[in-house]
Design a protein around this ligand. Structure first.
Ligand code: HEC
Length: 96
C-alpha cells in the first residue's frame, strides 16, 4: 500500500512539472519560440546543436537567464523561477 501511494505521488509530481513547463511556454515563450523568431518548440533540428554546445538543459537554462541576442534575459519572464524556466526549456526540447 505504501509503495502504491509513493508511486502515485511520483506520478502526480511529474505531471505537474510537465504542465507547468507547457503553461510557462504558452504564456512567456510562445511569441518567439512558436513563431520561428527563436528556435522552434519541439524541433530537434533547432535545438540539438544548442543542447550539445551548452551541455544540455542546465547550460541552456544559464544562457536563457542571461539572455541571448534577440532574447531578453529570463526569456522575458522576470517572475519565473529557475525551476519554471527549466520546465519550459524541457518542454521545448521534448522532440516528437
Ligand atoms: C522576444 C523573443 C523571445 C522570447 C519571448 C523568448 N525567447 Fe528564447 N530565444 C529567442 C531567440 C531569438 C533565440 C536565439 C538567440 C540566438 O541564438 O541568437 C532564443 C534562444 C533560446 C534558448 C537557447 C539559448 C542558447 O544558448 O542557445 C533558450 C534555452 C531559450 N531561448 C529559452 C526561452 C524560454 C524558456 C523562454 C520563455 C520563458 C524564451 N526563450 C522566450 C527569442 C525569445
Amino acid at each position: 500500500m505504501k509503495k502504491l501511494i509513493i508511486a502515485a505521488s511520483l506520478c502526480l509530481a511529474s505531471f505537474a512539472q510537465a504542465d507547468d513547463g507547457e503553461a510557462i511556454y504558452n504564456s512567456a515563450c510562445v511569441a518567439c519560440h512558436g513563431t520561428g523568431i527563436g528556435p522552434m518548440v519541439h524541433m530537434k533540428g533547432a535545438w540539438q546543436a544548442r543542447l550539445e554546445a551548452k551541455g544540455g538543459v542546465d547550460g541552456l537554462l544559464e544562457s536563457a537567464k542571461q539572455g541571448l541576442n534577440a532574447m531578453p534575459p529570463m526569456g522575458g519572464c522576470n517572475d519565473c523561477s529557475d525551476e519554471q524556466l527549466r520546465a519550459a526549456i524541457t518542454y521545448m526540447t521534448t522532440f516528437q
